[in-house]
Design a protein around this ligand. Structure first.
Ligand SMILES: C[S@@+](CC[C@H](N)C(=O)[O-])C[C@H]1O[C@@H](n2cnc3c(N)ncnc32)[C@H](O)[C@@H]1O
Length: 296
């Protein structure tokens, strides 16, 4: 498959970020086109949250109850009226082999654009984690593996016949034999057994382990954009605070609703996001503009 190069407007936006004339850009493009426009070693941190190979499109409808023409079964079998306030989707229908081939091509490019002390966080779930780990071993080298982070949440339906699948996996690999880990910049979490560590340590909390308990973006919260599979800003803030420094460049080739850009901007990093879905790009740009306006 051929991927078109970035259009001149997107290219100029990317060059302005690389030259530090602006702090960030969201480009509407296949991420291979963005990656091809980046010089070797130009990115300090990459976070990639590709589709999860579900074999279908990922769709999210947001509804408002108590108004509108539609009806659904409500509490105790009664009928309730509702209206659809947003209906957003992105494609995730590739057969597994094609999905993995496309991902491998992008992981190779991410490796090329990372700085010598840069790193990649690749966000996957049970469908592809085993393939992704081998792929990253192949491209980065098994000795560059740093962590397999488990993001555990607790929301949604329960399986009647197996343990509910309530975690994603984030694989962290370094490009070289040195990498950024800003331990003191990481948000701290409560000890599981505070009585065992004494009051001082207990009140400070601890640096999280590789298992992160963190809620999904709650329905109805201010943070929620309506974009399917939106990740929490808090998750990205933890990654960016730990693995980059102020002023450095953070890349998200599967930008979606712009979560990585919001977290990077709040932490004073530069950011480059790509998404091929125009609806995602619109949401990310509006969200970033509103967030920057709210904090200046
Ligand atoms: C899992 S979502 C990302 C969600 C994002 N982390 C957030 O918090 O909103 C994956 C995104 O990748 C985009 N995508 C998939 N393949 C792509 C490609 N080859 N180039 C650019 N974007 C792509 C989809 O349109 C979708 O928005």
């Amino acid at each position: 498959m051929t991927t078109r190069a970035l259009d001149p407007v997107a290219r100029a936006a990317v060059e302005a970020v690389l030259a530090r004339r602006t702090s960030g850009a969201v480009v509407e493009a296949d991420n291979l086109a963005l990656l091809a426009a980046l010089p070797d070693g130009s990115v300090e941190l990459a976070y990639a949250d590709p589709p999860f190979a579900t074999g279908t499109s990922r769709r999210l409808q947001t509804i408002r109850l108590g108004a509108g023409e539609r009806e659904r079964r409500g509490f105790r079998g009664g009928r309730e009226r509702y209206e659809v306030t947003s209906d957003l989707a992105y494609e995730d229908g590739l057969p597994l082999a094609d999905h993995l081939a496309a991902l491998r091509e992008r992981v190779r490019e991410i490796h090329r654009v990372l700085a010598p002390d840069g790193s990649l966080y690749l966000h996957v779930d049970w469908r592809t984690v085993h393939h992704a780990r081998l792929m990253l071993d192949e491209v980065f080298g098994p000795e560059r593996f740093l962590n397999e982070i488990v993001w555990a949440y607790d929301y949604g339906g329960r399986s009647p016949d197996r343990w509910p699948r309530k975690h994603d996996t984030i694989l962290w690999y370094a490009k070289g034999d040195a990498w950024t880990f800003e331990r003191d910049a990481i948000d701290r979490v409560p000890y599981m057994a505070p009585g065992l560590v004494g009051p001082d340590k207990a009140s400070r909390g601890k640096v999280p382990t590789d298992v992160w308990w963190m809620t999904i973006v709650p329905p109805g919260s201010k943070e929620r954009t309506g974009y399917p599979t939106q990740k929490p800003v808090r998750l990205l803030e933890r990654i960016i605070a730990a693995s980059s420094r102020p002023g450095e460049l953070v890349l998200d080739p599967y930008g979606g609703s712009g979560t990585t850009g919001v977290a990077a901007a709040r932490l004073g990093r530069r950011w480059l996001l790509a998404d091929r879905n125009p609806e995602a790009v619109g949401i990310a740009r509006r969200r970033l503009a509103a967030d920057v306006a709210a904090t200046t």
